[in-house]
Design a protein around this ligand. Sequence first.
Ligand SMILES: [Zn+2]
Length: 260
Amino acid sequence: MTPQETSDAPSTTTARNGVLPGQSCLNCEADVTGSYCSGCGQRARTGRITFPRLLRSFVDHLISVDSNLLRSFQALVRRPGAFIRAFLLGRRVGYARPLPYYLAVVALNGAASAVLRHPAETAADGDLDGSFWDENFVALQIGLAFGLLMLPLAAARRLLHRGAGYSVAEHFVFLLYVLAQSILIVLVVQVALWPFGIALSGDAEGLVWLTAFSGFVLWASRGFLVESRWKVALKLIAAFVMLLVGVGVIGLIVQQFASR
Ligand SMILES: [Zn+2]
């Protein structure tokens, strides 16, 4: 039940002035002592909605989303392992959550690949007779599918790095951040090659991505896992093998069912 539905709904005067100390929250009716409600987090002084306020809160929201994304990006560039570890341990305010961060990167990559791909090369590619939109829709789908692939990989890493004490979900968060960064690295490579008229073929792009992803996993594992680098590298190879075998087995099962 919202406060508006109760018989003693706040008058417009109360709403205009916000909550005074000792009064109850306009959102959840808990007692408010500070500038924010300790029950629901709403600001004590809400005030009535005006057009300037509407605009300001919208701009504030955009800026905070932007600065959270930027702050996470900077932390992931400078000290990815320590950042992700601190995030999992609870330092979260002011940083973008892993899923929104990843989705923002996938969206940016989709938009950028639309600009970077020359129409001529798109046609020469051949395997997609698709238009501009088809191509970029595929880029988005691949991005999301890769995100899902991180789930079995996280499970494999949970098994291989049992001593680290992270859950599958926590390994998934690690991999999602790393995947986002590896997509950005591929994007940077593409942007760097673009002035020379070079566009990566699908295979080359895959190879650059795999190198960037593996390298970034190794780098980010420093400060995230307490294991020597060669152990982390061997376990990453093992995780890839487990993933390939897993995908292969699922593929075979699907084929069996499909052929019936
Ligand atoms: Zn409240």
